[in-house]
Structure formats: C-alpha cells, structure tokens
Design a protein around this ligand. Structure first.
Ligand code: PGA
Length: 262
C-alpha cells in the first residue's frame, strides 16, 4: 500500500525527477541515497520520479515503509485503451506509485499535452488515488512580454478551476527558461509567482495544496528558495541524478525546515 502523501503535508518536499535518465544500477544507488537522506531528515518528504521501466527497481530499493514515496513522470488521461507507448494512472498505482507529475513542460512540448489534457491526466491520477503534482510555468518570451502572471494563472485555473470540490494535488512552479539551464529566477521573483498561485488555489478551494519551485535547483541555491514561506519544496531534475547532490538538497531542506519551526 503506497503511503499517504496527505499525511506529510506539513513537511517540506524534495522531489527528484530523473526524466529519461538512469540504469537499474544507478536507480539502486540513487534510491538507497534517497532512503538514507529521508530517514535522516524526518521533517522533509523525499519523493522520487524514476522512468517508468525503473519503477519496480526503485520501489524495491526504498522498501515498503513509505519513507520515500515514488511517482510516475506522467500518465495518460484515459483509464486504459489503444494508446501505444503511454502509461495509465492505474498502472502507476499498481506499480507502487503514490504521486504522478502532470503537465511538465517537456510533456507539454514534446507530447502535445495542452491544459485540457493536463487537467484530464490529473483527474485520471486522482481516480487511481495518486496525488498529482501539476507543473506550470512561463517561457522566457512570455516573461519578457510581461505575460508570466497571466500564463501561470491560466495554467492553474485550467486544472484546479470549475470544480465542486477542490482538487487534491500540488503545484510545481517551473519557469521553462530555468529548466536545465543553470539559470533561475531570483528568490523574490519565485516567491511572487508562488503568491499568485496560492491565491488561485485558495479561490479554487485547494488551500492545502503545496507549491514547489523547480528549475535548476542545486545545493547552492535551494536554501534561498526554501527561505521563502510560500515555497513548500522543490522539484529537481539534473541535481537529482547525483547521489551526493541529492543528499545535500535533502540536508539543506531539513535545515530550512528547522528554521521555520516556531
Ligand atoms: P532541472 O529540471 O532541475 O534539471 O532544471 C527540473 C525539472 O524539469 O523538473
């Protein structure tokens, strides 16, 4: 039985998105490091998003205790059927996932997922009792044109809006221009966007959703992002592929969690 992410809602979240990287050997190494880091830092929830074919390896390596929940990087909106190369939410759940990413900018761009499909994929995830992390973020051109706020709010509204009950899901703010580039917004810029997202989530009856920052998070900058009270965690790509860097991120998140304690 996958652990309940909701039970961990008050902890900072550090999520590693491996994208299309890794072998079974690397998966075992990274999962063991994540498990050790998670156990050393109970105030941090550590989540791994391996490639689908490595899920079984990672689920086995992190064990059944729920110390490191696992998620799928994407799911199809349909429950099953003729969708060659896709994976369903139910299949992810059966594989031991507790989470699913939806709307990552690479999925939007490369697989053609528009807002309607991202919403439907999030709904499919919920139907299989997965907790979606809905990724949103503006391109560099959109930010340059002064449209970041409108873009991000529209992406949040498209998934969380027009519902009779609030969607149980988290959000990752990932400016497209910061993903894999080594560039990031300033801490203040990220906090500003998180504030916009928080207001929309409250308007849509989802006040307990966490809002993560993602895009070139590294051991040297995570402390700045997590110093902002509106930043509930991080979604990490490149730095999650090195055991030492990922461990350093979890340790830094623990320090940030300690600083937040009253
Ligand atoms: P990055 O990727 O940390 O390599 O920038 C983040 C992401 O795409 O989730």
């Amino acid at each position: 039985m996958p652990p309940s992410p909701a039970a961990a809602a008050d902890r900072l979240l550090v999520a590693g998105n491996w994208k299309m990287n890794g072998t079974r050997a690397l998966a075992r190494e990274l999962a063991a490091a994540a498990l050790a880091a998670a156990r050393a830092s109970p105030s941090v929830e550590v989540v791994l998003f391996p490639p689908t074919v490595l899920l079984d390896e990672v689920v086995r390596a992190v064990g059944p205790d729920g110390d490191v929940p696992v998620g799928g990087q994407q799911c199809h909106w349909a429950p099953e059927g003729a969708h060659t190369a896709s994976v369903s939410a139910a299949q992810l759940a059966e594989a031991g996932c507790a989470y699913v990413l939806t709307g990552h900018s690479e999925v939007r761009r490369e697989l053609g997922y528009d807002d309607a499909r991202v919403r439907a994929a999030a709904d499919a995830g919920r139907a299989s009792r997965l907790r979606p992390i809905v990724c949103v973020g503006e391109t560099e051109a959109e930010r340059g044109a002064g449209a970041a706020r409108a873009i991000v709010e529209a992406q949040v509204d498209a998934v969380f809006g027009s519902r009779s009950a609030g969607l149980e899901a988290d959000v990752a703010y990932e400016p497209v221009w910061a993903i894999g580039t080594g560039r990031t917004p300033t801490v203040e810029q990220a906090a500003e966007v998180h504030g916009w997202i928080r207001a929309r989530l409250e308007a849509h009856g989802a006040p307990r959703s966490r809002i993560l920052y993602g895009g070139s998070v590294a051991p040297g900058n995570i402390g700045g992002f997590l110093s902002q009270p509106g930043v509930d965690g991080v979604l990490v790509g490149g730095a999650s592929l090195r055991a030492d860097a990922f461990t350093a991120l979890v340790t830094a998140a623990r320090a940030a969690a300690d600083r937040r304690r009253p």
